[in-house]
Design a protein around this ligand. Sequence first.
Ligand code: NAD
Ligand code: TDX
Length: 370
Amino acid sequence: MKTYIITGGAGFIGANFVKYMLATYHDVQLIVLDALTYAGNLGTIAKDVDGKRCIFVKGDICDSSLVTGLFEKYPVEVVVNFAAESHVDRSIENPRLFLETNILGTQNLMEVARKFWAVGKDDKGYPSWKKGVRFHQVSTDEVYGSLGATGYFTETTPLDPHSPYSASKTSADLIIKAYMETYKFPATITRCSNNYGPYHFPEKLIPLIIKNILEGKKLPVYGDGKNVRDWLYVEDHCKAIDQVVRFGRAGEIYNVGGHNEKQNIEIVKLTIDTIRHLMETEPAYRKVLKTDLSNVSYDLITYVTDRLGHDQRYAIDPTKMKNELNWAPETSFETGIIRTIRWYLENQAWVDEVTSGDYQKYYEKMYSNR
Ligand code: NAD
Ligand code: TDX
């Protein structure tokens, strides 16, 4: 039995990872540590938390005594750090929170792990590490900044973050690198492109667009809609992380991406077309439509003021993942987007649950002036 701490396991990718791990392995124990911010929802993993193979702890990754208590109580061998403030627009509104969670929280987790996992010193004075331990950081392609019309991010592309969010993720990567160099701390980092799939919080482009279409609301497209993102189905990301944790070399960075570049406007139009098609061919879905089917059209698209410092294009070169770890995305965008849209049509109760509370006020404030 291997014990993992999964931070942020009640959020989008973390929850998908928890489900993936429980479905794939019988010999893992997962301690999910999550502060349940607006983006975390215990209901998402309620059926997975059984108090034995999967234990839930509500708490902040910045809380040193809480994290220490977890290492005292459980034989933790792996930490996978998903916990973060993850939304670029919010980071523009309130950078400070991003620095606290994304940088200091990550450092706090590493510091506690360092104390529990160091078992002595080698002849040069570097710590020796308990066998089988690993700290894994879930980072992002946004640390590389923005591409022009051509080229790809590789692991050696210079770091050049543009938003408070991406600067905080970059800072965390640099602190991890410092631990790798100074202590030979057994860590790995994955830098992944945009994920999509079930349990994605509806402030992010794809789930927001689905939600608004169903409600007959305008679809806010920033700038000219031609910014490009490289989309990866979330389960493919989970498999990549699992491969890196088990077989990746400590001290290494791995880029994870889908070779699935799309302009935002293409995504928005495809989502409208797909929902309309599903409503026409499978009328049972119409019960979740809060507007007339005739309103499900490109007329909903509204170009709004651009995001400040909006990165033009992201595109990942995942060759290292392929060559070293034999990982490649398995889900084509065509398959993944239909699966995702069907999931949202069939799980409106989840959307209602996570968008209750202060979300509506937030949404109105964010988008009223755009
Ligand atoms: P998310 O916002 O959906 O989930 C984040 C989770 O972290 C939530 O459950 C939240 O409650 C929890 N959390 C926030 N602050 C915390 C704290 N201080 N202590 C404990 N828990 C806290 O994010 P996501 O989209 O699932 O992203 C997960 C990770 O993957 C992040 O580190 C993000 O930077 C990275 N990432 C995301 C994408 C993407 O497309 N979503 C792509 C690349 C990398
Ligand atoms: O309403 C919108 N309209 C719009 O045009 C929203 C929410 C977004 N956009 C644009 C901005 C981006 O170009 O769509 C693109 C995708 O935006 P987001 O879903 O906010 O994702 P992004 O900013 O690309 O960041 C995501 O991918 C990398 C995650 O939120 C990050 O956590 C991850 O690191």
